[in-house]
Design a protein. Structure first.
Lengths: 116, 117
């Protein structure tokens, strides 16, 4: 079975400060990893994804994430946040292509609260 | 492409009534997923289809929920009878198994906010 753990339910940060949102996964096979963002009263928007290749993945809005297989982590980072980054961020995992299942499993989410 | 389209955006219904949520996936996508989002449980996968066939409905309460995909461009999630605990935001998503590489991923609809009173 695979699961996703987001260690922080809420991360408060001041505007223009750096931020890291943590995500760890558990899986016995190779995985694809995703970060989604959900703004208030809206749907889920894909920020970035890791499928293969370079372990440093760059996404939209200045976010990036690093896949670390030995630590089974996929932490999301941004060097300088804006007020508009305030949203819920979800880490998600899917078993690698070729498996019998194609389910996207989400973590519990981290609320990024950017303060002026 | 218009993306994944869900209707209605909001639904308020009385307990015991039937509710039908609708989803149109992205053309060419062969996977369709129904998720439910609540404060308590987060995002839960209810059911998903591959080429219109149910692949896994283990997350769906089968006594009152039913999901159908009569053709490649339309799916419904029906709740009968509805209960207050069904109040949630229901998301539909689609993806393509054949879309490997940089195109691989899920696209979500805007969701249906269901309130059962």
């Amino acid at each position: 079975a695979q699961s996703v753990t987001q260690l922080d339910s809420q991360v408060p940060v001041f505007e223009e400060a750096p931020v890291e949102l943590r995500c760890n996964y558990s899986s016995s096979v190779s995985v694809y990893l995703f970060w989604y963002v959900q703004y208030p009263n809206q749907g889920l928007q894909l920020l970035l994804k890791y499928l293969s290749g370079s372990t440093l993945v760059k996404g939209i809005n200045g976010f990036e994430a690093e896949f670390n297989k030995s630590q089974t982590s996929f932490h999301l980072r941004k060097p300088s946040v804006h007020i508009s980054d305030t949203a819920e961020y979800f880490c998600a995992v899917i078993r690698g292509y070729g498996g019998a299942t194609n389910k996207l499993i989400f973590g519990t989410g981290t609320l990024l609260a950017v303060q002026p | 492409d218009a993306g994944v389209i869900q209707s209605p955006r909001h639904e308020v219904t009385e307990m015991g009534q039937e509710v039908t949520l609708r989803c149109k996936p992205i053309s060419g996508h062969d996977y369709l997923f129904w998720y439910r989002q609540t404060m308590m449980q987060g995002l839960e996968l209810l059911v998903y289809f591959n080429n219109k066939a149910v692949m896994d409905d283990s997350g769906m309460p089968k006594d009152r929920f039913s999901a159908k995909m009569p053709n490649a461009s339309f799916s419904t999630l029906k709740i009968q009878p509805s209960e207050p605990r069904d109040s949630a935001v229901y998301f539909c998503a689609s993806s393509s198994e054949s879309g490997q590489g940089s195109n691989y991923g899920y696209t979500f609809g805007s969701g249906t906010r269901l309130t059962v009173v």
